[in-house]
Design a binder for this molecule. Sequence first.
Ligand code: GUN
Length: 296
Amino acid sequence: MAAEVLEGKAIAEAIRAEAGAQARACKARGVTPGLAAVLVGDNPASTSYVSAKTKACAEAGIFSETLRFPAALSQTELLLKIGELNRDRRFHGILVQLPLPQQINEAAVTNAVAPEKDVDGLSLASMGRLLLGEPHFIPCTPHGILQLLLRTGHDPEGKHVVICGRSNLVGKPLAVLLMQKRKGANATVTVCHTATRDLASHTRQADILVVAAGHPNTVTREMVKPGAVVIDVGINRVEDATKKAGYRLVGDVDFEGVKAVAGAITPVPGGVGPLTVAMLLVNTVKAAELALARQG
Ligand code: GUN
């Protein structure tokens, strides 16, 4: 029997509606949640992600502004800008879209965001809190994956979750999140990466397989245990002359092949991507609520 397709888009819409209601509650208390999105250069994928994020903000009643800079921007100039945004009371959250041009050290920039405005959850403070099980802001993609699993009835508790990919954005924080001893997590976690030997021997053991490797066809049918839940985090552009844009989007998983053996699978697009956007709204509203609480 073909796998259930986990429609992230529909779940993301529900979460965005919840965030919208919370944003209205903040407004009623005199604070409109605000997000500053920082985009350096003109990477087409980054440009489209940032516009999806700011459009979703507008729909949820969150004020947002996109600050665009040329690809040649220096690290010093960017750090000065982040300092200004840290002091700007209109913004409760700051998002610096990654990747950044090579002259800029990403860690230096993500760490420059004030912890109370770190809605991407990528600073040392946010990652440290996550590791110790006391998060303020959970990175958006791992948080979205957890919500997708829980809201589709695939609680990871007691399951073996295998993650392909050890990035700071997805693999590492997701592994930490899933291994926490608390409801909605509590999984046994294996993290595979580019030095893993015999990847298939690991992926075949997964009850839940998360693929965030950044390459199409990283996981194919014979690498998946029958009935497993497969979460595809990849977004890859592949040339396709039949499309108006000249390309189409595919994930890291061979969708058609794996769909025939898996119990459930996320599509690309329309799977994890929309949840990343939704969780950014959740974190931005949370940052505004924390600001309100500090005001007393
Ligand atoms: N680039 C790809 N995904 C993300 C994300 O979740 N946050 C940021 N800041 N950049 C990204």
